[in-house]
Design a protein around this ligand. Structure first.
Ligand SMILES: Cc1cc2nc3c(=O)[nH]c(=O)nc-3n(C[C@H](O)[C@H](O)[C@H](O)COP(=O)(O)OP(=O)(O)OC[C@H]3O[C@@H](n4cnc5c(N)ncnc54)[C@H](O)[C@@H]3O)c2cc1C
Length: 465
């Protein structure tokens, strides 16, 4: 959707093709990917990796770039009782090719009576999701996507294919699990742990008041104050606050609505958690008008199949994308003791100024990106980047090391984009590879656009070569 913000869903920013790649490799084999990486390394052309193109910051698009598209990498390989998975708390391992989307993974894994941790949205791809961290409806139970990976096959910036794991290239393996996508290597596949088939219940709810009323804000405060308790009961879920009408054909009332998953809980257990909440909302002393409470609790005996079926047409987040840009909707996730709020709200930020943000669903213009997206490990990630990609073959914004380059705006791209990372195609480098008789490969580069100067570390590396 964003594609370097050349095509935002607003009248102010009409679509343009200016932010798109000039060439695309629809890669089918590791060799195709290697050829693309080597070409980019040798010519300095801007390299883009794309799975689904879902990235909200436009990291899978770039003007004039060479794009390696991984969507043809399809396939799932289940190994029951894989000793590596068992050692790490699973019952099987599942190898996922890089072009898979979660909806297809869930269907296949569900058939094997297994459970994996993936995104809420069936259309999100495994590649960018996991490398950015990856949350999903079962993360409160088993953790983030990055916690699940046992091994990866990757193509590094030198064009080599490698298996990476805690034993083999552990630093790169560490960095690629949450250190940001398309920053260290192209991922060809990842092998994740799988857990047994999961049963439980889903509680879907909608609480309404009059639009923008005081009662709505009291309801919001009361509901929010109950989240820690719900979280203690293992609830993980997605919910929205809508203070007014006019969004996506919804009612003219204000609403809090969403779904909570209760893994491994039976119906009486879920009722015992949710009924007191509902009763207290219906008879709230703070309510100056009626609060309408509606809910439905449904059971599942195979979460993978249940989620794939109920979210096939439209995902929770997808339905929010246009309104996400509006100030009046806040999209929140609850789980694992954390609340993840997807909104542009300085007021909320000021309540927790030292909290972080999730780069995969972050604001592309966040100027505090290092601290909020990466925190303390940033320097370590930069070291890994400098070692594995000293020439910056992989580049995106906001990604580790992107500020090592000066970015110059493009004329024919929407003005807002000018400060937002579209300019790597201006950071043209002319690279050559010399393989010495000794077998050592030396990379060197020349900067041939005066406006494209590396600023520091990686840049210093370049200048000294
Ligand atoms: C509708 C929607 C629903 C979402 N739901 C969730 C959710 O439930 N949970 C969650 O955590 N996030 C969610 N997100 C955010 C999502 O994690 C990011 O958009 C993520 O970047 C998507 O990854 P992708 O591979 O599908 O997208 P792409 O746009 O194809 O890629 C995203 C990034 O990953 C890189 N990349 C992709 N494949 C590879 C690869 N094989 N090797 C190296 N780099 C690669 C790209 O270069 C780019 O930087 C959602 C986003 C949308 C738009």
């Amino acid at each position: 959707m964003y594609n370097d913000e050349t095509c935002l869903p607003t009248a102010k920013t009409p679509c343009s093709t200016a932010g798109y790649p000039a060439y695309v490799i629809e890669a089918e084999t590791a060799t195709d990917v290697q050829a693309g990486v080597r070409f980019a390394r040798d010519t300095g052309v801007r390299l883009i990796v794309k799975g689904t193109g879902h990235d909200v910051s436009g990291r899978s698009a770039g003007a004039g770039s060479l794009s390696i598209w991984t969507h043809r990498f399809q396939g799932i390989d289940v190994k029951m009782n894989d000793p590596v998975a068992v050692k790490n708390g699973g019952v099987a391992s599942v190898k996922l090719e890089a072009g898979m989307v979660w909806g297809d993974v869930y269907k296949a894994v569900g058939k094997s009576n297994l459970t994996v941790i993936g995104g809420a949205d069936p259309h999100v791809g495994v590649g960018g999701w996991m490398q950015g961290g990856g949350h999903g409806p079962l993360s409160s139970l088993y953790g983030l996507g990055a916690d699940q990976v046992l091994e990866m096959e990757v193509v590094t910036a030198d064009g080599e294919c490698r298996n990476i794991s805690p034993e083999s290239n552990p630093e790169l393996f560490w960095a690629m699990r949450g250190g940001g996508p398309s920053s260290f290597a192209v991922m060809l596949s990842m092998t994740v742990k799988a857990y047994p088939r999961l049963a439980g219940h889903q509680y879907g709810f909608q609480y309404n008041t009059t639009a923008s009323s005081d009662t709505f804000w009291d309801l919001t405060a009361n509901f929010s104050s109950r989240l820690p308790t719900l979280n203690d009961h293992g609830a993980m879920g997605y919910y929205y606050f809508e203070q007014d009408a006019g969004l996506a054909n919804r009612s003219s009332a204000a609403a809090i609505y969403g779904t909570f998953i209760f893994p491994n809980k039976n119906r009486p257990e879920v009722d015992a958690i949710t009924k007191p909440l509902e009763d207290s909302l219906r008879s709230a002393p703070w309510a100056r008008e009626p609060v309408y409470v509606g809910s439905k609790t449904v059971g599942f005996d195979n979460f993978m199949q249940f989620w794939a079926a109920t979210n096939a047409a439209e995902s929770a987040l997808e339905s929010q994308m246009p309104s996400q840009l509006e100030d009046q909707t806040q999209f929140c996730l609850l789980g694992g003791g954390h609340m993840h709020i997807l909104c542009k709200s300085p007021a909320l930020r000021s309540l927790a100024p030292k909290s972080g943000a999730y780069a995969n669903e972050g604001d592309p213009s966040n100027s505090n990106w290092k601290a909020e997206y990466f925190g303390e490990p940033y320097e370590r990630l930069l070291d890994v980047k400098s070692k594995w990609d000293p020439l910056g073959v992989f580049w995106c914004k906001p990604c580790v090391g992107f500020d090592e380059w000066n970015i110059k705006p493009l004329n024919n791209v929407h003005q807002d984009v000018n400060d937002r990372g579209i300019g790597q195609d201006l950071v043209r480098r002319f690279l050559k590879t010399c393989t010495m008789n000794s077998g050592i490969t030396i990379l060197y580069s020349l900067i041939f656009r005066v406006d494209a100067t590396p600023k520091s570390k990686m840049g210093e590396g370049l200048r000294s070569m």
